[in-house]
Design a protein around this ligand. Structure first.
Ligand SMILES: *Cc1c(COP(=O)(O)O)cnc(C)c1O
Length: 394
């Protein structure tokens, strides 16, 4: 997953070292773009799938479609044998239309419209997530007899992009929901959780796995023969801070799972970012470089892409992208980086400024690395008249 060497630390140009140029970067450098454009290489997705699969072993991979729903990515993953985790009718329709089999698609959102559950069931989907009484009732009414797993809340996370308390139920409720599902004629098969997106090291999973295992064993003691453990996503991508390579990472997670759960009949994982982030780079452009006053220590650099046009994960400066310019051999200095829209929330990095070449100026191309996840799918349709992120597939 980490085929790149980094020479992008910022500061003076002394440590600059050339990197191998990927197919994606070569394409961006040799083309002119009239608006921010995400360039994707499906071959990298296939590579990442194989690397994760090698570590996950018998666990099945359900790609979290929301990370990037580009049809070329879905096609590539179907060819690799991937399964899919869909959050909506639209995502299920997409996967089915590209040829995924319904028994390989889970409806993993815990907040589903009743008519969408019925539609999914009619189309062969048999595996659903729930974390509340009403959701169990909706599934029982609209997908009678289906398999359901209960999503558990994760309140210990070391992820760069935590998923907080929006999803999942607490331990005291989990077993009750299994019971409720059974009473409603559903098949309660197990539990799911999400450790938090961009969890950089396998060791960061241990507290979450401990919590989930405690509930798993409690359910077994209560007489439930659970057959499915859904370990969710969280597999990291490289954004400048060191991450464990994919195969070793996945193998270590499986070992941590084995130590705590023993032999679980079915394990599934739902990677999103870990499969697609490194398969894309964005071609962007500097719109303006300025200083607020002559004594201002920081330059402001405004790009033609911002929070509303693809870089939503810069909220709270959570995900720190890396930037490549044609001037990376020059001396760099700190800047506040911002998007082009007339919304003052559209500042990307200010608390921790970004180091960019001092010679940077309007019109310069900027390449944003490892942007294949949660960019095009997060881009607004055209806030403030800026078009949605364009996508080019190699
Ligand atoms: C978004 C999501 C994922 C993917 O998470 P990554 O951190 O991108 O791997 C997996 N499972 C569920 C339920 C999700 O909502």
């Amino acid at each position: 997953m980490n085929a790149y060497v980094t020479g992008l630390a910022g500061g003076a140009a002394v440590g600059y070292s050339p990197r191998p140029i990927s197919r994606i970067e070569a394409h961006i450098r040799s083309n002119v773009f009239d608006r921010p454009t995400l360039v994707l290489d499906p071959a990298v997705v296939a590579e990442n799938y194989r690397a994760l699969k090698a570590g996950l072993g018998r666990a099945s991979i359900h790609y979290a479609v929301k990370a990037n729903p580009e049809t070329a990515i879905i096609d590539t993953l179907i060819a690799e044998g991937s399964h899919f985790d869909a959050a909506s009718k639209g995502e299920i329709e997409l996967c089915l239309a590209r040829g995924a089999r319904p028994q390989h698609i889970s409806f993993g959102n815990t907040i589903k419209r009743a008519s969408d559950i019925a539609w999914a069931f009619d189309n062969g989907i048999r595996l659903f997530a729930a974390d509340a009484e009403e959701e169990i009732e909706k599934i029982a009414d609209n997908a009678p007899g289906a398999e359901v797993y209960i999503r558990l809340i994760v309140d210990v996370t070391e992820a760069d992009w935590p998923l907080s308390r929006k999803f999942g139920c607490a331990r005291d409720k989990a077993i009750y929901l299994l019971e409720l599902a059974r009473r409603h004629g559903l098949n309660p098969v197990g539990f799911s959780f999400h450790v938090g997106s961009q969890t950089r090291r396998p060791q960061m999973w241990t507290a979450t796995l401990d919590q989930v295992a405690a509930i798993w064993h409690q359910a077994a003691d209560a007489g439930f023969e659970l057959t499915l453990l859904n370990i969710g996503g969280g597999f990291p991508a490289f954004y400048g801070e060191e991450v464990t390579p994919a195969t070793a990472y996945a193998a270590q997670i499986m070992e941590l799972v084995r130590q705590r759960f023993g032999k679980v009949p079915r394990i599934m994982a739902e990677p999103g970012r870990g499969l697609v982030a490194e398969a894309g780079m964005i071609a962007a452009e500097v719109m303006l470089v300025s200083r607020k006053s002559d004594s201002d220590a920081h330059r402001w650099v405004y790009l033609d892409i911002g929070k509303f046009s693809g870089l939503a994960e810069t909220i709270d400066e959570a995900i720190r992208y890396q930037f490549i310019t044609d001037r990376d051999h020059e001396v760099t200095g700190p800047c506040v980086l911002a998007g082009p829209s007339c919304d003052s929330a559209d500042v990307l990095y200010e608390k921790r400024p970004v180091h960019l070449p001092l010679g940077l100026k309007a019109g310069d191309q900027v390449i944003i690395r490892n942007c294949g996840a949660y960019t095009s799918s997060y881009s607004s349709v055209g806030f403030n008249g800026f078009p949605p992120l364009a996508v080019v597939v190699l």
